[in-house]
Design a protein around this ligand. Structure first.
Ligand SMILES: Nc1ncnc2c1ncn2[C@@H]1O[C@H](COP(=O)(O)OP(=O)(O)O)[C@@H](O)[C@H]1O
Ligand SMILES: Cc1ncsc1CCOP(=O)(O)O
Length: 261
């Protein structure tokens, strides 16, 4: 699939936050996709219509960008273009959680990519979130992901030490990755837009596409951590691995894991 992304270079319309906008654009370029960031409501429908996937992220949401997300999301739905939602910090304010509910109510989101705290907030469960980070809680995240996917009728992809992906029926766990991935801001946000790029080129089996993207991304994190002692180096190493990791190397890494279990 990542070879296909390089060949087709899908245009990904990102309405995202101003913390990670640059990292997200560079990460998409690194995998061979073509990012366009744009949050004015005047152009939201046009940009969505030009794109092969739409990536919505509420990290620094305001009334204007929320309006744009609804316009872009609805235009994407009309044209059959996949939509990914990253509900950054969904539980930290009334504004964010209401916005997430409005987007989910008015746009057919294909994939909800979130951390455990954001999932808990969306499901209306108790959780000790810490700003935009996952935080802590006692819930069974797998169960919550399954029930949320069923209730909302979409794919839920929850990140953490082990990632969980579900369509409400089957569940897949991705055990790869490295804790250094949480030492820089934006790895979650970029992952959501990489999922959008995957869906843009591979539409037959969305669940498998999300699994493949998550495996690839986690292995990127593992390899980047080998070449970086501290977070500044890690960010550069991460972009370099995004640009250079091949589908074949991913397959090799997975088979190594399978041999050891
Ligand atoms: N403890 C961990 N060990 C390995 N990988 C992790 C760990 N925590 C998060 N990751 C990875 O870091 C990336 C970002 O996840 P996360 O920090 O949960 O998202 P967010 O930035 O939205 O909070 C994901 O690819 C996830 O798999
Ligand atoms: C720190 C911060 N504040 C608002 S958005 C944002 C970036 C969050 O990025 P990620 O959730 O991918 O770490």
């Amino acid at each position: 699939m990542f070879q296909q992304i390089k060949e087709k270079s899908p245009l990904i319309h990102c309405i995202t936050n101003h913390v990670v906008s640059n990292f997200q654009a560079n990460g998409l370029l690194a995998i061979g996709a073509s990012p366009i960031m744009g949050e004015a409501h005047e152009e939201a429908a046009e940009l969505a219509a030009l794109s092969q996937a739409v990536s919505l992220n509420i990290g620094t949401l305001h009334a204007e960008s929320l309006k744009s997300m609804l316009i872009a999301g609805k235009k994407a739905n009309q044209l059959g273009i996949p939509v990914v939602l990253d509900p950054v910090g969904a539980g930290v304010s009334k504004f964010r959680i209401e916005a997430v509910r409005e987007i989910l109510g008015r746009v057919d989101v294909n994939v909800l990519r979130c951390n455990a705290g954001e999932l808990a907030a969306i499901a209306g469960e108790q959780w000790q979130s810490k700003g935009v980070d996952a935080g802590e809680g006692l819930l069974d995240i797998k169960k919550l992901a399954v029930s949320t996917a069923k209730k909302l009728g979409l794919l839920v992809a929850v990140t953490g030490a082990t990632d969980i992906i579900t369509d409400g029926k089957s569940v897949s766990k991705i055990p790869f990755g490295n804790p250094m991935m949480t030492s820089i801001t934006g790895t979650g946000c970029l992952l959501s837009s990489v999922v959008a790029a995957g869906l843009a080129v591979s539409t037959n089996n969305p669940m498998k596409t999300v699994e493949d993207v998550f495996r690839f991304y986690a292995i990127v994190g593992e390899r980047a951590s080998r070449n970086a002692a501290l977070s500044g180096d890690f960010q550069v190493a991460f972009l370099n691995q995004l640009a250079s990791l091949t589908d074949r190397e991913v397959t090799q890494r997975i088979s190594l894991q399978e041999e050891t279990v």
